[in-house]
Design a protein around this ligand. Structure first.
Ligand code: SF4
Length: 57
């Protein structure tokens, strides 16, 4: 984890293929953005902050 990265309290994320995923189903991105606007179902929403584990910063 980079120094600026920070585990977000209250966010559980199971996406273990994300660069920001942290053991214990936590997110270490510091802040996250969820989209899209006007979503009508749970399935339609996504974390826009997601970044594949093997991508470079
Ligand atoms: S950035 Fe999004 S997908 Fe990645 S660990 Fe955090 S909440 Fe999950």
């Amino acid at each position: 984890m980079d120094n600026k990265d920070q585990v977000i309290q209250g966010v559980k994320c199971v996406v273990n293929t994300c660069h920001y995923h942290h053991p214990g189903d936590l997110c270490s991105a510091g802040t996250i953005e969820i989209s899209p606007r006007n979503a009508t179902s749970t399935e339609e929403t996504d974390c826009s902050t997601f970044k594949p584990t093997d991508s470079m910063k």
